[in-house]
Design a protein around this ligand. Structure first.
Ligand code: ATP
Ligand code: MG
Length: 447
């Protein structure tokens, strides 16, 4: 019999509930991950006890989703979601169930879950409860709906995105019936809230297989919430620097950067401005002048639409804007310092990674020159840090309050003076000295 090693807290919760005369099982993702030998992120418990009965059994509980039957039981500062066996009511809006109905059997609860691999339960006395072939699908690497795929996606279209994200996380194939249903019900995704879409989309993007984006396109999923991606998939680049469509190039870049949210999003969006900027010259070569700026504006619009937070939007837009900056110039230490200033010292290392992945996904044309440029951008960055060169106002040897003490009034003029000084030391880092800078201000007539 398959044995899963439950954490002590989970064993304790199951024991307490069982001794009170109810059933309790670990269920869903934690069972799946345990069978796969992966560390579960969290442990969910399903029980025949009603929420008020669960609450009565434990000292510390939180009414997380009491209407939906979920009580969080706190143990050693960790929360465990304990949910009463339930079935979802009708998904009238295709988004969330209007109501839930508590039921008495584990089987009914497992039936309402999305995929076979997510619909298993376990406790030490009953062992594994696998009613829909979840273990078989884990062995064979299949994502397959519990029951009729069309019905399940019709109830909740978010499951369509969940299918592709689990397949990308696990490297599994989607079962043909499930796949067909995804394709035909894709338009239902229009009814799903952007917040829920974003959560699943990010999980796919940060998975070991972000290249499944191509399948999302083929299945007509991106068309529902990110049509700009479809435009990239459909844009050729007849240009010596490139050997792929914009979309396939983009997928390679996403794969080429590490599993970091800002970087993966920046890789996804870096060339989003290319389709509207494409222009074919008389030489039949495609040009994309201005795509970084256009792409930055598009990225901001798309990310707002997808309900990303402001800080993530800011960082991703900055990387998109500067992703090809310096590709056709001679890189000097001064150029690198200005770029560090514009991008910000914290974000600069991510820009380097993005640039390197971008070039690696282009053709071999001028590849050595591009790499040489990048190694300089890295080298001058490291030098600037080692030497402690001033890159932003924080590093300037003269501060606003020094100028006020020297008689300047707070305001526009003072800000302008500081910016001029910063510009001076970005070009000549050795000038970052109080007396030298004060001399400059007198020379310019500020003091
Ligand atoms: P992860 O490790 O990403 O959290 P998970 O399987 O735990 O994966 P959750 O979104 O936390 O996924 O959901 C917990 C369980 O609830 C799932 O394993 C599945 O059984 C069920 N579930 C979640 N969302 C849905 C849904 N939209 N439709 C049907 N069942 C769902
Ligand atoms: Mg989970």
């Amino acid at each position: 019999m398959l044995k899963i090693s439950l954490p002590e807290d989970v064993k304790f919760i199951i024991k307490v509930i069982t001794q009170a005369g109810f059933e309790a099982y670990a269920v869903g993702g934690c069972v799946r991950d345990s069978i796969l030998g992966r560390e579960p992120k969290d442990w969910d418990i399903a029980t025949s006890a009603a929420p008020y009965q669960v609450k009565a059994l434990f000292h510390r509980t939180i009414d997380t989703g009491i209407k939906h039957g979920t009580v969080t039981v706190m143990m050693h500062r960790t929360g465990y979601e304990v949910t009463t066996y339930r079935v979802d009511g009708e998904y009238l809006d295709g988004r969330h169930p209007e109501s839930v109905r508590f039921v008495s059997s584990l089987e009914e609860d497992l039936k309402r879950r999305d995929f076979t691999i997510n619909a298993m339960a376990y406790n030490d006395s009953s062992g594994l409860v696998d009613l829909f072939g979840g273990q078989r699908d884990l062995e064979q690497g299949f994502i397959r709906c519990v029951g009729n795929a069309k019905d399940r996606f019709g109830e909740d279209a978010l499951r369509i995105l969940r299918a592709i994200r689990f397949s990308a996380q696990l490297g599994y194939q989607i079962h043909p019936f499930t796949r067909d249903a995804m394709k035909s019900l894709a338009p239902n995704l229009k009814k799903v809230s952007m917040e829920r879409i974003q959560t699943e989309f990010i999980k796919l993007l940060l998975s070991p297989h972000p290249e499944y984006l191509e399948q999302m396109y083929e299945l007509g999923l991106t068309a529902q919430f990110l049509p700009e991606f479809d435009a990239m998939m459909e844009t050729e680049q007849n240009n010596p620097h490139h050997c792929y469509t914009v979309g396939i190039h983009t997928i390679h870049v996403v794969q080429g950067v590490c599993e970091d949210k800002v970087l993966r999003l920046a890789a996804l969006f870096h060339d989003i401005g290319k389709p509207p900027c494409r222009w074919t010259g008389e030489d039949h070569i495609d040009h994309f002048a201005g795509h970084a700026q256009v792409g930055t504006d598009m990225t901001e619009r798309i990310m707002r639409r997808m309900k990303f937070d402001n800080d993530t939007i800011r960082q991703v837009c900055c990387l998109v804007l500067y992703h090809d900056m310096g590709n056709n110039v001679n890189i000097t230490p001064e150029f690198a310092r200005y770029l560090m200033h514009d991008v910000g010292v914290e974000l600069y290392p991510k820009l380097m990674i993005l640039k390197e992945a971008d070039v690696a996904a282009q053709s071999d044309y001028k590849l050595e020159e591009k790499r040489e440029n990048h190694s300089r951008l890295r080298q001058y960055y490291e030098e600037a840090l080692e030497e402690g060169y001033c890159i932003d106002l924080k590093g300037l040897a003269v501060k606003g309050r020094d100028l006020i003490e020297a008689g300047m009034k707070p305001g526009m003029k003072l800000g302008e003076a500081l910016e001029k000084l910063l510009d001076e030391v970005l070009s000549h880092p050795e000038l970052n000295d109080r007396d030298v800078l004060a001399g400059k201000l007198r020379e310019w007539g500020y003091l």
